[in-house]
Design a protein around this ligand. Structure first.
Ligand code: FAD
Ligand code: SIN
Length: 550
């Protein structure tokens, strides 16, 4: 079958905040003689980013209660000490620039009547430092501004080609282990295209769809992680999957709409059907780190209790104003927060691990970069501090652009035998196809296996049993290159990444942060780090220097 071949200066996979922002900054800051290609598997605006609610961290000079040192301490404490101090410090120090630049791109953060920025609070933050848009529509607000810029600002859009409904299915790795581009699959026409570039960027988001219950949209099937694993990129921290404590939990529905942590930040409390406010004994109460709250809720549910958010502490008018989308979605589901409690349970939310990178997105494979949720910069450690993800997307996308704009981005069309052999597999006619009905059954099976055995609580037995089940599903893909549909590629990717999560979880014998092994006596959680972090200089730091961490 004939295949189209095209060359670009930079190929970006994914149109979440990381991918869009990187494309915009590249167009503004770099010389791109062959242009930028942004390809995305669904529509330009479909991604995790679009659904972000609570907000984005900004350590801003004008917020006098806050400082870099406080933010660094909170991040490291929530991450149970596994974050990389230098990475945390770098991202925190660059947050002010990131926020100002988002504003310059048209993002309109919420302000009070005096036109000052509003800061909210979420779990494990010691001060209010989270900026939001439209109350609880932060992701939508940022994504919309970036999509507007990329499509309507000619100085940017003239350098960017956009492919929607296009899936990256394999990276082109040459004999020297350098990435030369990728194979793309148009999910509508089913045509393949070989795309070449001196720089390939994965901004493909997370892995929520690997789990039965998730806050993530359907595109999050861990594709970029699977591509990275197949290409031999170094992968890190995949055992750390964050389960958000409070997703709307409705009878007869598997979907899990997020009830933002900032609802608790503004005063809501967790309660069971007996009226017990069961987080009240924890030092940080309802705003303890996510892994801690998720396990407390898990315990309640395991005892047969039901768990709710009691939002009455916020006040009806304030709730409607501050959380308009949550209010509306609850009402659409016959939950009137003016008189009803909101039924909640945990759901898979965020992947702390990913393709190992520096803050500029550089992976262990030459010419291959990864940014956003698909990357692991070691900012988050064992448990991500709320609202640090969007910040990481923006800061690392900017650093990526800073780095690659110093390179010659003229595309070379010379490709070697190894790359040609890969391409040939996609020009052959013998695509492999699993029965379509079987694909959705197998996807559901993986999601169940992961939820039951590799979820909030794991043991060696549960992990080994999951591995054996996923291995059986994998048998269907042995030696197969070409799949015949988007669904089939997604299933293949889910298998690859599920195995990676299970193996990482098997390798880490102790419990720490979001990785809780019920068969281990050795457990570190953020709360236990309180003493060590308290020893850090938490005094107000006018100069915003980072002088902490004993
Ligand atoms: P995404 O936004 O997920 O974008 C990934 C893109 O890659 C998508 O366009 C997808 O279609 C595309 N893609 C994937 N695979 C392929 C492929 N093979 N080929 C082509 N395209 C592909 N974080 C915060 O900091 N603050 C919050 O308030 C917050 N709230 C959240 C609320 C919800 C409901 C969810 C789900 C997450 C929230 N998060 C929040 C986490 C945060 O939204 C994400 O971590 C972040 O948006 C990830 O951005 P990204 O650009 O890396 O990936
Ligand atoms: C939320 O609003 O609770 C999500 C925030 C986040 O995941 O950072």
């Amino acid at each position: 079958m004939p295949m189209k071949h095209s060359t670009y200066s930079v190929i970006i996979v994914g149109s979440g905040i990381a991918g869009l922002y990187a494309a915009i900054k590249l167009a503004q800051m770099a010389k791109v003689p062959d242009g930028i290609l942004l390809l995305t598997k669904s529509n330009l605006s479909e991604c995790n980013s679009r659904y972000a609610q609570g907000g984005i961290v900004g350590v801003l000079d004008e917020n006098k209660q806050d400082s870099i040192s406080l933010h660094v301490a909170d991040t490291i404490k929530a991450g149970c000490g596994l974050s990389d101090f230098n990475v945390v410090k770098f991202i925190s120090e660059n947050s002010q620039h990131a926020i100002k630049d988002l504003m310059a791109c048209g993002v309109d953060f919420d302000r009070n009547e005096q036109k000052q920025l509003n800061f909210t609070l979420e779990g494990a933050h010691s001060v209010r430092r989270i900026l939001h848009v439209g109350g609880d529509a932060t992701g939508y607000g940022i994504e919309k501004a970036l999509v507007d810029k990329i499509t309507n600002d000619n100085s940017v859009s003239s350098n960017i080609t956009i492919y929607e409904q296009t899936l990256a299915v394999e990276l082109l790795i040459d004999a020297n282990d350098s990435c030369r581009g990728l194979i793309a699959f148009n999910t509508a026409t089913k045509e393949y295209e070989a795309l070449y570039a001196p720089v390939t960027v994965l901004a493909t988001g997370g892995a929520g769809q690997i789990y039965k219950y998730t806050t993530n949209p359907s595109v999050t099937t861990a594709d970029g992680l699977a591509l990275g694993i197949k290409a031999g990129a170094e992968i890190k921290d995949m055992e750390f999957i964050q389960f958000h404590p409070t997703a709307l939990s409705l009878e007869n529905s598997d979907s899990r709409f997020l009830i933002s942590e900032s609802v608790r930040g503004e005063g809501a409390k967790l309660v069971n059907q007996n009226g017990e406010y069961f987080m009240q004994n924890h030092p940080q109460k309802d705003l303890a780190p996510r892994d801690v709250v998720a396990r407390e809720i898990y315990d309640q549910l395991a005892k047969g209790n039901k768990v709710f958010l009691d939002a009455s502490f916020i006040g009806v008018e304030r709730f409607k104003h501050r959380f308009p989308n949550i209010y509306k979605t609850c009402l659409e589901n016959n939950i009137d927060i003016t008189k009803d409690l909101i039924p909640v349970s945990p759901a898979a939310h965020y992947c702390m691990g990913g393709i190992k990178t520096d803050v500029n997105g550089k992976t262990s494979v030459n010419n291959l970069y990864a940014i956003g949720e698909t990357a692991c910069t070691s900012l988050h450690g064992a448990n991500r501090l709320a609202s640090n993800s969007l910040l990481e997307c923006v800061v690392c996308a900017y650093e990526l652009v800073n780095t690659v704009s110093k390179q010659n981005l003229q595309s070379s069309k010379i490709i070697d035998e190894t790359v040609l052999n890969t391409i040939k597999k996609y020009t052959d006619n013998d695509s492999y196809s699993i029965n379509e009905n079987n694909i959705s059954d197998l996807k559901a099976k993986i999601k169940n296996i992961m939820w039951e055995n590799v979820g909030i609580i794991r043991t060696e037995n549960s992990l080994l049993s999951a591995l054996s089940e996923v291995n059986k599903i994998e048998q269907q893909f042995i030696n197969k290159y070409k799949c015949s549909s988007l669904d089939e590629y997604e299933l293949r990717n889910m298998v690859i990444v599920a195995k990676c999560i299970i193996n990482s979880a098997l390798n880490r014998k102790e419990s720490i942060g979001a990785h809780y092994r019920a068969d281990s006596n050795n457990y570190t959680q953020a709360a236990e780090l309180t003493e060590s972090v308290n020893s850090v200089n938490r005094s107000k730091d006018e100069s915003h220097d980072t002088k902490i961490i004993a």
